[in-house]
Write a protein that binds this ligand. Structure first.
Ligand code: C2E
Ligand code: MG
Ligand code: MG
Ligand code: MG
Length: 282
């Protein structure tokens, strides 16, 4: 991406080439400034029951409303933020903003208090010693119910957690928070960590869902994850469902929950609240 744009800062215009090669320190500064300046936006994508279609949760997905480049997707800045550590204040902002918005829906939309909120947690956040206190503080500040919160971790984080990380996740579980393993199946084959960690939910990665109707190998992996979930008494959510056929195949193999464009796309908070309101009216 070598697009030129005019950056108007401190009153004077200057030109800057926005590329991934831009001085990493300048990029990091810009990203942290953007969080403080309120340029981040949370979108929400519902997850539904594959049995009855009801909305069970909404996942918070961050976007950057960049003043010159428009709405940026996480693929354009999350990995970089992870490298520099800017993902820590960014992730904290997402959690606070999402809890604040969804707490409002819980309080005002009939039946919406059953809908849980799922937030992605970066590897850098999970190893943060103060994480539990920060989360406890955000729940208190926003009035969000801990048992309605799901934190999504990627397999990389949970593969070989140090004792402090295990203790931290157990503390979160003791608060009533659920832990999901995101993009499940794409990481490593060591499954022993599932027994040692307080994991409640497995999210089947989209790469296995995409081919599920006609690729026997994708179907086999999805089936194995559904069985694993049953064996460990975990809920299983299939990500990236785009067709009715994929939804049917997954429901038939006993997968309880699904998420994807077939049901809902990620949407702004106001649109998500409207969707929940419409559902409450039948
Ligand atoms: P993820 O957590 O696995 O989220 C699912 C991604 O798949 C989202 O992309 C979502 O928009 C997209 N998606 C959902 N349904 C479909 C579908 O039917 N088809 C297709 N093709 N895509 C679908 P998005 O929003 O671009 O986010 C990408 C990734 O960025 C997320 O993957 C997550 O790992 C990360 N991310 C997003 N928000 C945050 C955040 O607040 N903190 C952290 N640490 N990571 C985040
Ligand atoms: Mg996720
Ligand atoms: Mg995922
Ligand atoms: Mg993913």
């Amino acid at each position: 991406d070598t697009a030129m744009y005019a950056a108007k800062r401190s009153g004077r215009a200057r030109y800057q080439v926005y590329t991934p090669e831009l001085d990493p320190r300048a990029r990091d500064t810009e990203l942290r400034r953007a969080v403080d300046a309120g340029e981040m936006v949370v979108h929400f994508q519902p997850a539904v029951s594959l049995t009855d279609g009801s909305v069970k949760a909404v996942e918070a997905l961050v976007r950057w409303n960049h003043p010159e480049r428009g709405l940026l997707m996480p693929g354009e800045f999350i990995d970089f933020a992870e490298e520099t550590g800017a993902v820590v204040p960014l992730g904290e902002w997402v959690l606070r903003d999402a809890c604040r918005q969804v707490a409002g829906w819980h309080a005002t939309i009939p039946g919406a208090d059953r809908v849980r909120l799922s937030v992605n947690l970066s590897p850098k956040q999970v190893v943060q010693p103060g994480l539990v206190d920060i989360i406890r503080g955000i729940l208190a500040e926003t009035g969000f119910a801990a048992d309605k919160l799901i934190l999504e971790l990627t397999e990389g984080v949970v593969l070989e957690p140090d004792v402090q990380t295990v203790a931290r996740l157990e503390e979160l579980r003791d608060l009533g928070i659920s832990i999901a393993v995101d993009d499940f199946g794409t990481g490593y084959s060591a499954l022993s960590y599932l027994r040692r960690l307080p994991v409640n939910i497995l999210k089947i990665d989209r790469s296995f869902v995409t081919g599920i109707a006609d690729d026997p190998e994708a179907r086999t992996v999805a089936e194995a994850i559904v069985r694993l979930g049953m064996a460990f008494r975990m809920s299983v959510v299939a990500e990236g469902i785009e067709t009715a056929e994929q939804a049917r195949v997954l429901a038939d193999m006993g997968c309880g929950y699904g998420q994807g464009y077939h049901f809902y796309r990620p949407m702004e908070g106001t649109a998500a609240a409207e969707a929940l309101l419409a559902l409450s009216r039948g």
